[in-house]
Design a protein around this ligand. Sequence first.
Ligand code: G3H
Ligand code: 13P
Ligand code: ZN
Length: 315
Amino acid sequence: MRFDKFGLCNTENMLKSAMNHGFAVPAFNAYNMETIQAILSAARLTHSPLIIAISESALKYMGDDILMGIISGAKINPHEQIALHLDHGHSIESCMHAIDIGFSSVMLDFSNRDIDENIDATHNIVRYAHARGASVESELGQLTGFEDENTSNTESVYTDPDTAAKFVSQTGTDSLAIAIGTSHGAYKRHSADETLRFDILSEIQEKIPNTPLVLHGASSIPNYLVDKINKFGGDIKNAMGIDIEQLNFTATHTNICKINIDSDLRLAMTAAVRQDLYKNPQNFNPRKYMDAGRDAIRDACIFLIREVFNSANKI
Ligand code: G3H
Ligand code: 13P
Ligand code: ZN
């Protein structure tokens, strides 16, 4: 079924608006009813355009029908500017499938393939998606860290600005994810001195000034959440995320128009659930701690929308 039947939008207008009005659209990863409810209520409470990001493994975990049933039940209105996006699609088939079941945007991640293979495949999925009104994100360069349960990179390869220009003109991609020093997961930096490569970002912007850029692996891994997890029985050591001021600068002063956050929300939910279980040792009703987890994700999203991405009231 086409995405507009679910009240969803593609990402074209929201990314264009982000480019022109000094904000970034949040892309928050979801994987069950509670995470979708939390993310949607954050969007609704702040009047922010928003992208619900579903990885291939999250889609497998939920199943197509359950996911689309939840989306349908959420009664999304096109005026809310909500997109449903396949995050890190690793094959043309999985991107096509997502579009066919109602996704309004897909990412074809062939960043670890040969450039010509990436160009060919992206060009194909762009044609398929555009014929159905959906948007396409692609990626050049490689991030370190885990992208899903099966893939990991150990070395970061920054995006080359000249290759980016060639890639965009030959594929017609709607947006481009770039590697400028972020990485997936909770271990992004070894020391607080490591900064994003704004020099590379500037060069990319000069070469492709009209292409909305995307930042993956952008969680800030707040210390207070890691501490809370550890206080209530967890064991997470040496975690460090992206500096929040650099993230805010990126969202408001550059062509980065979409910022992906997963790990911060995982931490928020885990911390809240651990605390709730610890404080209520006799409770065995999952609704109680899931409710605490859901509220924590909603609040983490609201904080990012208001204080970091500047996307509140940008519908
Ligand atoms: O960038 C990838 C996301 O963090 C998704 O992770 O495959 O475990 O859902 P996942
Ligand atoms: P984090 O692990 O930094 O949250 O990255 C999320 C992401 O890029 C999803 O595509
Ligand atoms: Zn990612």
